[in-house]
Design a protein around this ligand. Sequence first.
Ligand code: ZN
Length: 162
Amino acid sequence: MDIAKDRVVCFHYTLQDTDGHALENSHDGEPQVYLHGADNLLPMLENAMTGHSEGDRFTVALDAIDAYGVRRDDLIQRIATKHLRSRQRKLAPGSIAYIETREGPRPVTVLKVGRHQATVDANHPLAGRDLVFDIEITTVREATADELAHGHAHGADGHAAH
Ligand code: ZN
């Protein structure tokens, strides 16, 4: 079955930067699952998926501007530590913390920690990087009515409820 609008796609991927540094790899776990044509993937990556089918392997190279955008210096900010949530007990430089926003928690990278304030970088960790995806399509199926109504995939078999 070909990848087209309103079909659910499972795929494995590896993600590298253009220097060949490995960034992410799905092959050790479950494949990624998404509903095609519902803005659930990077738009340029979704475009490259269209028309491929089960078993296809291909490479998609994206400039930073077509992936997670360019880095913005104004997203490096000082913020009161009481507004930062962290899974660790103490905020540490290099760790990820979360700021509550109207769109939900937003991850930031902690750069420097003071007594009451911290300097954080709210750029996406992959912002400013040109990326290379190696994609392997594992399955393609029609979306269920629930998935179409929700605008996202419900797992590999369509039965996960959320
Ligand atoms: Zn749902």
